[in-house]
Design a protein around this ligand. Structure first.
Ligand SMILES: Nc1ncnc2c1ncn2[C@@H]1O[C@H](COP(=O)(O)OP(=O)(O)OP(=O)(O)O)[C@@H](O)[C@H]1O
Length: 308
């Protein structure tokens, strides 16, 4: 549904994107992770036909973004990282305006807008002026806006940025709902754990280059063999700490009352080896596995030194 081939973009002398190859299948949620200035928005603008690539090709639903921009725009909904709302419009009027822009017949708009407001949990704000909505509500309204023409593909540039934890959770629940509706979603963030639960695959981009790409669980392994792990023990914590500290597979260790968090560098076999070593030493291991919550550390480890 989304494909790029050797996609590159230069702004004057600045190479913002270099040789990007992406292939996102129907119904998949792809998380695009990278620090500020990595090239995420540039990629999304090209896919949304708002920016022309310097080199390479990009397709959305099989349509070429340069040669068939109208078909691309019909197929996708794009939510920029920042968008304005009009002061004197109510939420329903705002969506009605965009539905009109997509030539949706007036007779169909009322029920469509009611459905969209329900989807984004804003039914009770239908008659509220958009500039009176909280930031989280505005973001959700922005999401409804890019769904008015029922696109198969969604391109969402940092939809949760600037939101408080509750608003982030609400946004995530709506995105899960969109995934259940079989939308293909490209979503960016500079916060990896935020996307881990939502995405089927992630791509890590740094200084315009894709440096790791794949299923959330194996991106770290495929890239540099780094993963974050948790080890919990009920007895023998001191022995465990010594073994973990001395292990050639452990790069970093945090210890909180028999609960160890380690940066592991090695293969799945190496993990089994380490677990056997702990058990053979008489450590009471009750948990030994990958940590999802600390994926940010993996991201930092993967991107460490890249591009320098
Ligand atoms: N219109 C422009 N003219 C010149 N340089 C630009 C322009 N837009 C972006 N850049 C530069 O291109 C690089 C990539 O920017 P881009 O906005 O794509 O990154 P990003 O990953 O989306 O970052 P952020 O999270 O800050 O939005 C940055 O160095 C940025 O300063």
């Amino acid at each position: 549904m989304i494909q790029t081939e050797h996609l590159s973009k230069r702004y004057g002398k600045l190479q913002a994107l270099t040789d990007l190859n992406l292939n996102i299948d129907k119904g998949k949620v792809f998380g695009f992770i990278g620090p500020n200035g990595a090239g995420k928005s540039t990629t999304m603008l090209i896919l949304s036909t708002l920016l022309t690539p310097s080199e390479g090709k990009a397709y959305v639903c099989g349509y070429d973004v340069v040669k068939e921009p109208k078909d691309v725009r019909q197929s996708l909904g794009y939510m920029p990282d920042f968008f304005g709302v009009y002061d004197n419009l109510k939420a329903t009027e705002y969506l009605d305006f965009y539905a009109g822009a997509y030539n949706i017949p007036p007779a169909k708009r009322k029920s469509l807008i009611a459905d969209l407001l329900e989807l984004v949990n804003l039914s009770n704000k239908a008659d509220a002026y958009v500039d009176s909505l909280s930031r989280g509500m505005k973001q959700r309204l922005g999401l409804a806006r890019c769904l008015v023409h029922s696109p198969d593909v969604l391109i969402l540039d940092e939809p949760a940025s600037g939101l408080d934890p509750r608003a982030r959770i609400e946004m995530r629940e709506i995105l899960k709902q969109l995934r259940r509706m079989n939308k293909t979603i490209l979503i960016s963030s500079h916060i990896l754990p935020e996307l881990a639960e939502l995405c089927d695959e992630i791509g890590v981009i740094e200084k315009g280059k894709l440096i790791a790409c794949g299923a959330v669980d194996d991106v770290s392994i495929r890239s540099r063999g780094i993963s974050m792990m948790e080890v919990r023990t009920v007895f023998g914590a001191e022995k465990a700490e010594r073994i973990l500290r001395e292990s050639r597979f452990v790069r970093q260790l945090d210890d909180k009352n028999s609960h160890f968090r380690i940066q592991f560098m090695g293969t799945e076999e190496n993990k089994a080896e380490l677990l056997q070593q702990l058990i053979a030493a008489g450590v009471g291991v009750v948990h030994f596995g990958d940590s999802r919550e600390n994926l940010e550390d993996v991201f930092l480890a993967i991107t460490e030194g890249v591009g320098n």
